[in-house]
Design a protein around this ligand. Structure first.
Ligand code: CP
Ligand code: NVA
Length: 311
């Protein structure tokens, strides 16, 4: 297959391509059905649980006239029952694109090395690019722009945080990460994010004071404190993140029209209070729905078909 591109990291995209992905997503949200994926089969490979990613990718493929096969962890036991490189070569002869949720980013790299089909990252330990697309689309819908919007992320400097930081820096949004000491995003990520920020004019800050981070925010964002695969660290993480809950006090400190985002699943009473997630400021289900619309653009991008959508 010619003319395909892997989407493993946000940095696989130029800021211009990210902008196009968001525009295509918005266009496809207005007109959800097409035949752009006729003849394409998506393998959805999961090493971890999922609700939104599974539903959104499957529906995205089907609404564009393609097919989707869901491969659960217990079915293929990637790397245990069979080597990743064998799965990659077998699937390449049967499907035309793969979206993968894996523990280690290296699994995506290994798979894509041996595959002859495009691979889309559906969450790994380092990034969650499709989530960042949905977040940015939601911000654009709520504020009519992304550039200059002040995003505050409270919590772990993890996969979701890293992809959103790249997304903010590429689109000119400002982002403050409020995280406990020792849970900052990795240094190499911050270094690259700052390079994009210099180009776009966005301001990126990482601080350890949650309330200072929340002050004046247009977007308050959080994610679980214990990510999938970190269950053994639950006790120590709960202690480390004390005081970082997105609560009513954070909402009061934010801008009057601030919106609340969360990638979901949410652990109410841990990283976010029930009252905040249920508040009129919350846009979490709009954000979650947007996963389906951005997944379409992600698949089209990887298959070299993004230009086939009129924007
Ligand atoms: N936000 C997200 O990726 O949700 P799932 O884990 O349910 O797919
Ligand atoms: N950081 C979370 C995101 C879930 C969508 C995790 O990796 O489990």
């Amino acid at each position: 297959m010619a003319n395909y591109t892997n989407l493993l990291r946000m940095t696989d995209l130029s800021p211009e391509t990210l902008e196009k992905i968001l525009k295509v997503s918005a266009a496809l949200k207005k007109e959800p059905e097409n035949t752009l994926l006729k003849g394409e089969t998506l393998a959805l490979i999961f090493e971890k649980p999922s609700l939104r990613t599974r539903v959104s990718f499957q529906l995205a493929a089907e609404e564009m006239g393609g097919r989707a096969l869901v491969l659960r962890p217990d079915e293929i036991k990637m790397g245990v029952r069979e080597a990743v490189k064998d799965i990659a070569r077998y699937l390449s002869r049967n499907v035309t694109i793969a979206a993968m949720r894996v523990f280690s980013h290296n699994t995506l790299v290994e798979f894509s090395k041996y595959a002859s089909i495009p691979v889309v990252n559906a969450l790994c330990d380092e990034e969650h690019p499709c989530q960042a697309f949905a977040d940015l689309l939601t911000i654009e819908e709520c504020f009519g722009r992304i550039k200059g919007v002040n995003i505050t992320y409270l919590g772990d400097g993890n996969n979701v945080c890293c992809s959103l930081m790249f997304g903010a820096a590429m689109t000119g949004a400002n982002m403050t990460v409020g995280c406990p000491k020792g849970f900052e995003p990795p240094e190499d990520v911050v270094k690259k994010v700052l390079e994009y920020a210099r180009e776009s004019g966005s301001e990126i800050k990482i601080i350890n004071d949650p309330k200072a981070a929340a002050k004046g925010a247009d977007v308050l964002y959080t994610d679980v404190w214990v990510s999938m695969g970190q269950e053994d660290e639950k006790t120590s993480k709960m202690k480390a993140f004390e005081g970082f809950c997105l609560d009513d006090e954070c909402l009061k400190l934010a801008a009057a029209d601030a919106i609340v985002l969360h990638c979901l699943p949410a652990h109410r009473g841990e990283e976010i209070t029930d009252s905040v997630i249920e508040s009129p400021n919350s846009r979490v289900f709009q954000e979650a729905e947007n996963r389906r619309h951005v997944e379409k653009a992600a698949l089209l991008y990887a298959l070299g078909k993004l230009d086939q959508v009129k924007i």
